[in-house]
Ligand binder design. Structure first.
Ligand SMILES: Cc1cc2nc3c(=O)[nH]c(=O)nc-3n(C[C@H](O)[C@H](O)[C@H](O)COP(=O)(O)OP(=O)(O)OC[C@H]3O[C@@H](n4cnc5c(N)ncnc54)[C@H](O)[C@@H]3O)c2cc1C
Ligand code: SF4
Length: 499
């Protein structure tokens, strides 16, 4: 028996308190700690700080007398002053730092992780002895283990993978995808109190944020998160998939679910989310390519990333296989979208500044790709993503940025670096039309910074790329360029100011 159960700020749904094996006993008093030092140490997006504090305070309000909600400078101070030497349980925290902290407190007993679909031991047995850990292999294994979208031993709908059908460019001449609007919450008294506190921290406590804290866009309570899930499954899931990889200047959300912050705050259990998507397909309310495409994101990518975070070990965050050491410039760190001329980059940066969110492709092929082409330090880039995105946490950032986006792990997670010249962005978005640059130009005043950046990247890493069958063509392409030195000079010139 424990006297207390501690809920971290990303353990906010009912599944963190339901009495199951390895859970807190019913009615155990709950401790929640709002630590200011977290915000003092790093410069977070203000909308992210707002969402986190609002979600924690909404949960405390739901739990009523059962919770002791402590506002303190540090966790250590809060534990000392509130529970003293009383025994305490906590579900496995999601970061290595928090895990190290709780395991070092003698009175704390750590319970298994919740908020993910598969236990760590199952992943380790799957991974054991494999030379390469590939997402597609993991995903198929996970579907079988979870009996998810399966008909007996076969994938429901006849295919494991609908990626080919889900890589369409945006519809021609459409400003938006025309998907039904996503759920958006209404702020309440708790948000008002959070805003006042954040204003005071900035004014009196020297805590500094980045980005704009406009109306709260993401759920902060279980009720709001369920409403967002319902709206997505009933109205937006059927359109999920085909245009997943494309970008529209005037439609930042397209058919994406906007559920990442709710999942990562623990407001939604991924099991309920994937089973709602499967049911929608079984009931004929969504096509299989949409249901599979969505389930793949959660039972595949999200779950894979979570397990890799623990599997790759502590030194994964220090990987820098490409030897990139340039610090990101101030305009990027400050989210100064107005300083940027390149329409695609300025659009993505503006979305981050104003909302703390962009969908996957701006993260990977605009923000991340630019950082990779410029040779920015992968740790600094990871830190930036972590602080600036409402859904950013250590566990999800490290594999996505160090691995997927910056290739700093040298290919442990992906088979090739994700970066492209302007032609790909032109094909997959409507951004180039109104841009001062031309995607096909690699020299001169209108040279596209993604095109020059791409060739500079290929040139810098030509030996490595030539040795990888998936990128050998890029290295061969470089040999065919007759103006390489001009392109490199143009790129160099462009790096002196925001592109
Ligand atoms: C550089 C980079 C940084 C990223 N940082 C984060 C992050 O901090 N937090 C985060 O949750 N996702 C991150 N992602 C993954 C993905 O971009 C976001 O999960 C997604 O854009 C969130 O929007 P959505 O909820 O509308 O997603 P949808 O497109 O609707 O996808 C559904 C869900 O799948 C999950 N998902 C899909 N891909 C991933 C992935 N690669 N890793 C983890 N979950 C995934 C998310 O929970 C998401 O809500 C990152 C990707 C890249 C390339
Ligand atoms: S031309 Fe280049 S910089 Fe401009 S929007 Fe297209 S890809 Fe981006």
């Amino acid at each position: 028996m424990s006297d207390w159960h501690w809920l971290f700020g990303d353990q906010l749904g009912p599944h963190f308190l339901t009495p199951r094996a390895h859970g807190p006993a019913p009615n155990t008093p709950v401790l929640m700690i709002e630590s200011r030092s977290v915000f003092r140490r790093r410069r977070y997006h203000r909308a992210k700080a707002h969402l986190l504090l609002s979600a924690m305070r909404h949960r405390a309000a739901e739990l009523g007398d059962r919770v002791r909600y402590v506002r303190a400078e540090t966790y250590t101070a809060a534990l000392r002053d509130t529970v003293g030497d009383a025994p305490l349980t906590v579900h496995h925290p999601t970061s290595r730092a928090a895990h190290a902290f709780v395991t070092a407190v003698p009175t704390v007993r750590v319970l298994p992780a919740r908020g993910f679909l598969l236990p760590g031991e199952a992943f380790r047995s799957w991974a054991a002895g494999r030379e390469k850990l590939r997402h597609e292999d993991f995903y198929r294994w996970a579907r079988r283990e979870l009996d998810l979208l399966m008909d007996g031993g076969e994938p429901a709908g006849g295919r494991w993978n609908h990626d080919k059908a889900n890589r369409e460019p945006p519809p021609k001449d459409a400003r938006t995808l025309g998907a039904p609007a996503p759920y958006r919450p209404h702020e309440d008294d708790i948000d008002e109190e959070v805003r006042a506190d954040l204003d005071r921290w900035e004014r009196e406590e020297g805590i500094v944020f980045v980005g704009r804290d406009g109306p709260r866009l993401f759920p902060a309570s279980r009720r709001e998160a369920l409403a967002a899930l319902h709206r997505f499954i009933e109205h937006r899931l059927p359109g999920f998939g085909p245009h997943e990889d494309s970008v529209l200047a005037h439609d930042p959300v397209m058919s994406h679910s906007l559920l990442s912050s709710s999942l990562n705050l623990g407001l939604l259990d991924p099991a309920e989310v994937v089973s709602a998507a499967e049911q929608a397909w079984r009931d004929g309310r969504a096509p299989v390519r949409s249901a599979e495409g969505f389930v793949r994101q959660i039972a595949g990518w999200r779950e894979f990333v979570w397990h890799l975070y623990w599997y790759f070990g502590e030194d994964y965050r220090h990987r820098n296989a490409l030897g990139h050491h340039t610090p990101p410039p101030d305009w990027f760190l400050e989210l100064d979208a107005d300083a940027v001329t390149a329409r695609c980059l300025s659009t993505a940066l503006r979305q981050v500044r104003d909302t703390g969110w962009t969908h996957h492709i701006p993260r990977l092929m605009l923000l991340g790709s630019h950082a990779l082409q410029q040779g920015w330090d992968p740790r600094a880039v990871t830190d930036w993503f972590h602080r600036c995105f409402v859904d950013g946490y250590d566990w999800v950032m490290l594999p996505n940025v160090i691995g997927m986006s910056q290739y700093a792990d040298g290919g442990l997670m992906t088979t090739k670096p994700y970066t492209s010249a302007g032609a790909y962005i032109h094909r997959m978005s409507d951004l180039c039309g109104g841009c001062a640059y031309r995607p096909s130009d690699r020299t001169g005043d209108r040279a596209c910074p993604y095109t020059t950046g791409y060739w500079s990247f290929v040139h810098r890493h030509r030996a490595r790329l030539a040795a990888n069958p998936r990128t050998a063509r890029a290295a061969q392409g470089l040999e065919r360029l007759d103006d390489v030195q001009d392109v490199l000079r143009t790129h160099h010139r462009q790096t002196r100011t925001p592109p």
